[in-house]
Design a protein around this ligand. Structure first.
Ligand SMILES: NC(=O)c1ccc[n+]([C@@H]2O[C@H](COP(=O)([O-])OP(=O)(O)OC[C@H]3O[C@@H](n4cnc5c(N)ncnc54)[C@H](OP(=O)(O)O)[C@@H]3O)[C@@H](O)[C@H]2O)c1
Length: 290
């Protein structure tokens, strides 16, 4: 089983390093070549285009920013379609709109190539240990064919049915992330401005039913103003755009998703986009300084 990875940003690099670690042969491509250096040092084959990745892989995992990037990688010049061959499968791990996924999947599968969507929960720190949570949609038989690889990437893999389902659930998951980071930001700010140590707030929160992984983990970094990115604020804002687009296309009102998009968008415009998404607390604090 030869695996290709296209997109070696924070998440793609970590997935690649883990797959190398457990013994897979990996061929990689990234638009900005410097971001493949660590993988090369660890044994990955670095090639010049998605087409070359396709030629050398049975399963090609795409981990890029958005649906436009995925489209370009699959169908663009020197794209994956140029290197397609029997038995090849494209699996998209990027967080994208379910409608875009359906269109891309339809166009790919018409050519005889298999397509799965495999969005994940968990960042690079989790991916490097093979402990992501993976949600898959597409043909079940194709999911089963590559399940061994997915079991290596993730400690839990969910097969969720028809194309579009996994990305819909992933969007619902990222809505939780955006809200949790906001409510922690406001809770910490409120406690601090009232003159109390926010660690006391976290200690009490984390001894209740309302604790989360975020309140037990990243919240302590937020207090220490450590926003080293594992998932950028800019990418979460991109996901909130997608969540709102998805809500519009289902004709539903999600008032908090709309508000969250505005807050993250304002924070990005204020120059916080490359911070970790938990840097949203800096934006919340700045609002009180006005
Ligand atoms: N980090 C996480 O915790 C996490 C968790 C789950 C899902 N995700 C999703 O996984 C995807 C990647 O996230 P990340 O954290 O690795 O982001 P990242 O570090 O910002 O990396 C983004 C990747 O996308 C590539 N890219 C962007 N626009 C492109 C284009 N037009 N054509 C080709 N490549 C393009 C970048 O290439 P360059 O290097 O050339 O810019 C880079 O490889 C996103 O969809 C994100 O929402 C991330």
């Amino acid at each position: 089983m030869k695996i290709g990875i296209i997109g070696t940003g924070m998440l793609g690099e970590a997935v690649g390093l883990h797959l190398l670690d457990v013994g897979y042969e990996i061929t990689v491509f990234n638009r900005t070549k410097e971001k493949t250096e660590n993988l090369k040092k660890n044994g990955a084959i670095v090639v010049e285009s998605p087409k070359h990745v396709a030629e050398n892989s049975d399963l090609v995992i795409i981990v890029v920013k958005d649906a436009d990037a995925v489209n370009n990688i699959v169908f663009g010049n020197s794209g994956l379609m140029g290197g397609m061959h029997d038995g090849m499968c494209i699996a998209d791990m990027s967080t994208v709109n379910p409608n875009s996924t359906k269109e891309i999947s339809e166009k790919v599968t018409e050519t005889g190539i298999d397509y799965l969507e495999i969005p994940v929960m968990g960042g690079p720190n989790v991916a490097i240990k093979g402990k992501l949570v993976l949600m898959a949609s597409g043909e079940k038989i194709i999911f089963e064919k590559f399940k061994k690889v997915f079991d290596s990437i993730a400690e839990q893999s969910f097969y969720l049915g028809n194309t579009g389902t996994a990305h819909s659930i992933k969007l619902a998951m990222n809505l939780q992330i955006s809200m949790l980071a906001l409510s922690l930001s406001e809770g910490i700010t409120l406690t601090e401005k009232a003159g109390f140590d926010p660690e006391i707030f976290l200690k009490v929160l984390n001894s209740t039913y309302f604790k989360t992984g975020m309140s037990e983990g990243k919240a302590y970094k937020m207090i220490k103003e450590n926003y080293e990115p594992t998932f950028t604020l800019s990418n979460l804002k991109k996901d909130l755009d997608t969540i709102n687009d998805a809500a519009d296309s289902c004709n539903i009102e999600l008032p908090m998703a709309k508000l969250a998009r505005k807050v993250y968008s304002d924070a990005k415009n204020a120059g916080l986009g490359e911070m970790d998404y938990t840097g949203i607390i800096e934006y919340i604090k700045k609002l009180s300084e006005k």
